[in-house]
Design a protein around this ligand. Structure first.
Ligand SMILES: *Cc1c(COP(=O)(O)O)cnc(C)c1O
Length: 365
């Protein structure tokens, strides 16, 4: 069986380093906002090429607190995409604002910048592009529109740790950026975790208050805050894994090239390898009109696949009230996307086996 992801292989590879990092935290006996979190924040900010990183409880919370730190809430609109994890829209609603969905680019599968102007109203405050599957969104035109209309750009980097756009890391382009450290992400903890990064030290200061009851000092709340902290054990784990992130992203890219070569003439639509950036293949997603049949066929051949995501947010039962424009590219993508196994510990033989199985799939035109 080739599973769609396998976290045990990664733990096995890094076991001595991880076990000693976790033991170190347990021995020191500080579990919340201690030296591991502070060190991870410095290291992760440097990695992203920004001055500030603030560790929080999850990726959803990173987006939520980023919005709060910009004073975005009730009465405000935030433009994003519906072809993403539901968390992107959930965070906007947790902040009390309204998500407005624009369509995706049919090749890149990220926010189509040409759709933005028509979605802007006097209530629009921010744009959240999502670097979906590890592919950097087309940030330059998005930032142009944002500048013209004085909107904030908050990058959703939950799937794109380490991805590059025009040679610079994603997360360093927007006013703020949100990361998730959910276990399966390119940089994953062994529980929930997230971070907001920014070059704005005032915003970072607000984030540090917001994540812990609005405390400027212990027991003195100068803001109405929340409880959303990265913990010491997770930070220690993330510090170990951050040292391996570039190598594991390089491995993902190299396996993606194998897929790209072996699947070239199969009729599947393959992911765009953008010329203006570096994709980090959080997921290797292909598209086909025969998705269900292919998925069943692969399952019969002991190959696990996943679908990210089968229902776009505007068609989710909980979000049917949300008003939205026509999103034809989003809806077609949701019907066609299929995530093949891809993670740094996957063997090249396994990628070849997946490709052999796909090539043996009886195509129906
Ligand atoms: C995983 C993810 C999130 C949410 O992260 P959590 O840590 O699970 O809250 C947000 N946006 C995208 C695009 C994601 O993939």
């Amino acid at each position: 069986m080739i599973p769609p992801f396998d976290l045990k292989r990664q733990y096995t590879a890094l076991k001595p380093e991880l076990d000693s990092a976790i033991a170190g935290v347990l021995e020191r006996g500080t579990f919340i906002l201690g030296e591991e979190v502070a060190a991870f924040e410095r290291e992760f900010a440097a990695y992203c090429g920004v001055t500030q990183a603030v560790g929080v409880g999850s990726g959803t919370e990173a987006l939520h607190l980023a919005l709060c730190a910009c004073n975005i809430g009730p009465g405000d609109e935030v433009i994003t995409v519906a072809h993403t994890a539901v968390a992107t829209a959930a965070a906007i609603e947790i902040a009390g604002a309204r998500p407005i969905f624009v369509d995706i680019d049919p090749q890149r599968w990220t926010m189509n910048p040409a759709q933005l102007e028509a979605a802007i109203t006097p209530r629009t405050r921010a744009i959240i592009p999502v670097h979906l599957y590890g592919c950097p969104a087309e940030l330059a035109p998005i930032l142009d529109v944002a500048r013209q209309h004085q909107l904030r750009v908050i990058e959703d980097c939950a799937q794109a740790h380490g991805a590059l756009y025009h040679g610079r890391r994603v997360g360093s382009w927007g006013d703020l950026a949100a990361f998730s450290f959910y276990p399966t992400k390119n940089l994953g903890a062994y529980g929930d975790g997230g971070a907001v990064v920014t070059n704005d030290s005032e915003i970072a200061e607000r984030l540090r208050l917001l994540r812990q009851y609005g405390w400027a000092e212990r027991y003195v709340s100068t803001l109405k805050g929340f409880n959303s902290r990265l913990d010491e054990v997770q930070a220690a784990i993330l510090r170990v894994k951050l040292r391996h992130l570039d190598a594991s992203n390089a491995r993902r890219r190299s396996l993606a090239r194998v897929y790209g070569t072996l699947l070239r003439d199969t009729g599947l639509q393959l992911p765009l390898d953008p010329e203006d950036g570096e994709h980090v293949y959080h997921l290797y997603v292909v598209r086909t009109a025969q998705r269900e049949a292919l998925r069943t066929f692969l399952r019969e051949n002991d190959i696990g696949t996943l679908i990210h995501y089968p229902i776009p947010i505007h068609l989710q039962p909980a979000y049917t009230g949300a008003d939205h424009r026509q999103l034809p590219e989003t809806e077609t993508a949701a019907a066609q996307v299929l995530s093949l196994p891809l993670y740094p510990e996957l063997h090249e033989d396994e990628v070849r086996a997946v490709c052999d199985a796909i090539r043996a799939f009886p195509q129906r035109a």
